[in-house]
Design a protein around this ligand. Structure first.
Ligand SMILES: *Cc1c(COP(=O)(O)O)cnc(C)c1O
Length: 474
C-alpha cells in the first residue's frame, strides 16, 4: 500500500488527462450548442460523497469529470446568455488553469515567477486606468472583496493607522453612493462595522448621481456631527448600466477632502473600448481606489477581480502586518518584497493573475476592447429591435451593454411584471436565451447585460424574436 497521492500508473494518467483535455476542447468548440439546462436529479444525487464513489483513482475521476461535471455549467459560455453580468470565459483560460494547477503557486508573497506575473498584470491595469506609478493593487475574488479592501484603506486614511488597534470608536463615518450602487457597497460597510445606515443613497438620473444632492448630503451630515469619509462612484450600474460623472465626483471629493472610490465592476473596461464608450469613464484616473472585475467584461475565467489604490502607503497602512514567521529576507525564496499578503485580507492566494496575463498575451487589449465595443453595439441593436416592435418598450436608454425593456407595454404594471418574469423563465428553460429581470418604476422588466464575446447580431435578433413569440403564445 503506497502512501503517495501521485498517480500509480503514470501512462494511464497521461492517457486519461489527454482524453479529458479533448472533452474540454470539444465543449469549447461546441459552446454555441450548449445553453444552460437544469441539472437532472440523478446527476445531482450522483455528486454526493457518501456512497462508494470515493477513492476510485484519477482515470475514473477523469471520466466522471467529462460525463457528469463538464455538461452542467451556468450557461454563460453560450452566445445568447445575457443574464445578470456574467463573463463568457476564454480559450486562453483553459491553458492558464492547466498550468496554474500544475504549478500550484501560493501568491501570498515570496520570490517566484507567479508573483512577477501578478505584478505585471497590476502594472498593466495601472496604465489602463491612468493611475500613477506609485499606485498599488492586488487581485481578489471579485469586486465585492475589492470594495471591502478599498473602503478599509479609505477608513484608515480618514482615522489614522491606530484605528486598526483601537477600532473605530464613537466616530460616525458616512459614505455616499447613487441609488443604483451595487449591494456590494452596502455589504462592505456592514462588514467593516461602519453600518449600512451610514451609506447615503444619492438620487440619480440616467447621467448618474446628482452632484448638487451629493454636496447637500455631505453638508447635512457634517452639520449633524457625522464624519463623511468616502464618495463611491459607479461606472456601470448593475441594474440599468448607468455611469456616474466621475470628473464631477472627483471635484467634489477633492473639495470636501473625501476618498473617491469607484465601483467599476464591469463598466471600468469601457476604457478599452475606444470612442464613444471610453468617454463614459473619463475621470476614473482621478479615483483614490478602483474595484473592478476581470471575470465579467474582460471575459477571464472566474474568479478574478482587482483593487487598485492610488496611494500605496494608504493601502499598506490598512493591511500590512507580518509576524516573524513570515518575515521577508533579502535573498532566497523569502525575498521578493512587496508581498501581496500586505495588500489585502488573504495570506494564501491562488494564481488568478495567470488568467489575466494569459488573456492579454493571447488576445491583447485591442481585441478585448473590440469585443467590449461590439457588446455595446449588440445592446444598441437590441434596443433598436425593442423600439421597432409594436408592443415592446425600452425601460431605460441603452448606455453601454445593458438593455432593459418590457415585452408588452399595453398591460398593467403588474401584468407586465408577470409576463416578463414568465418569458425570462421560459426562454431559460427552452435554452433559447437567458435574460434576467430587474424592477424599475414598479415594473419587473427583462434585462440583458451583454458581457459575452460570442454574441453576434443574429443571436440578438433570435433572442428578441423568441421574446415576441413567448409573449404572443401566452
Ligand atoms: C458584479 C458587480 C459587483 C460585485 O462584483 P463581484 O465580482 O460579483 O463580487 C459590484 N458592483 C457592480 C456594479 C457589479 O456589476
Amino acid at each position: 500500500m503506497t502512501h503517495s497521492l501521485d498517480p500509480e500508473d503514470a501512462a494511464g494518467f497521461r492517457r486519461a488527462a489527454h482524453e479529458l483535455l479533448d472533452a474540454c476542447l470539444d465543449r469549447l468548440e461546441g459552446a454555441r450548442d450548449h445553453p444552460w439546462q437544469p441539472v437532472p436529479g440523478s446527476v445531482k444525487a450522483g455528486y454526493r460523497l457518501d456512497g462508494d464513489d470515493t477513492g476510485q483513482g484519477e482515470a475514473a475521476l477523469a471520466r466522471r469529470l467529462a460525463s457528469d461535471v463538464l455538461p452542467h455549467g451556468t450557461g454563460n459560455t453560450h452566445p445568447r446568455f445575457f443574464g445578470w453580468v456574467h463573463g463568457t470565459g476564454l480559450a486562453s483560460g483553459l491553458l492558464s488553469e492547466m498550468v496554474a494547477a500544475t504549478m500550484n503557486a501560493n501568491l501570498g508573497g515570496r520570490d517566484h515567477g507567479a508573483v512577477y506575473i501578478e505584478r505585471a498584470v497590476i502594472d498593466w491595469a495601472r496604465g489602463v486606468f491612468g493611475f500613477p506609478e506609485g499606485a498599488s493593487g492586488v487581485l481578489v475574488t471579485g469586486t465585492s472583496q475589492a470594495t471591502v479592501i478599498a473602503l478599509a484603506a479609505a477608513r484608515v486614511c480618514a482615522l489614522g493607522p491606530q484605528m486598526r488597534r483601537t477600532g473605530q470608536g464613537a466616530v460616525r463615518l458616512t459614505a455616499y453612493a447613487g441609488t443604483g450602487a451595487h449591494n456590494a457597497v452596502k455589504k462592505a460597510l456592514e462588514l467593516l462595522g461602519i453600518g449600512a445606515d451610514n451609506l447615503r443613497a444619492i438620487p440619480e438620473t440616467d447621467r448618474g448621481m446628482d452632484p448638487v444632492a451629493l454636496r447637500a448630503a455631505i453638508a447635512a451630515d457634517r452639520a449633524a456631527g457625522a464624519r463623511p469619509f468616502a464618495v463611491i462612484g459607479t461606472a456601470g450600474s448593475v441594474g440599468l448600466g448607468r455611469f456616474d460623472d466621475l470628473r464631477a465626483l472627483a471635484d467634489i471629493a477633492r473639495d470636501e477632502g473625501l476618498w473617491l472610490h469607484v465601483d467599476g465592476a464591469f463598466g471600468a473596461w469601457a476604457r478599452l473600448a475606444g470612442d464613444p464608450w471610453q468617454g463614459l469613464v473619463a475621470g476614473i484616473e482621478r479615483a483614490d481606489s478602483l474595484a473592478c472585475d476581470f471575470h465579467k467584461w474582460m471575459y477571464v475565467p472566474y474568479d478574478c477581480g482587482l483593487v487598485l489604490i492610488r496611494d500605496e502607503t494608504a493601502h499598506r497602512a490598512a493591511f500590512a502586518a507580518r509576524p516573524s514567521y513570515l518575515e521577508g529576507q533579502d535573498r532566497g525564496l523569502a525575498g521578493g518584497d512587496p508581498w501581496f499578503c500586505d495588500y489585502g485580507t488573504d495570506l494564501s492566494r491562488g494564481n488568478r493573475a495567470l488568467r489575466v496575463w494569459s488573456a492579454l498575451v493571447a488576445y491583447g487589449p485591442e481585441r478585448l476592447g473590440a469585443a467590449i465595443a461590439d457588446n455595446c453595439a449588440r445592446a444598441a441593436q437590441m434596443g433598436a429591435l425593442v423600439r421597432a416592435d409594436p408592443h415592446m418598450r425600452p425601460m431605460a436608454p441603452v448606455i453601454s451593454n445593458l438593455c432593459v425593456f418590457t415585452a408588452d407595454a399595453r398591460l398593467s404594471p403588474e401584468a407586465q411584471g408577470d409576463l416578463n418574469t414568465r418569458i425570462a423563465q421560459e426562454l431559460q428553460l427552452s435554452g433559447e436565451a437567458v435574460f434576467s429581470t430587474v424592477t424599475i418604476d414598479g415594473i419587473t422588466a427583462l434585462r440583458a447585460a451583454i458581457a459575452n464575446h460570442r454574441t453576434r447580431a443574429e443571436d440578438v435578433a433570435q433572442a428578441i424574436a423568441a421574446v415576441a413569440r413567448a409573449r404572443d403564445a401566452g
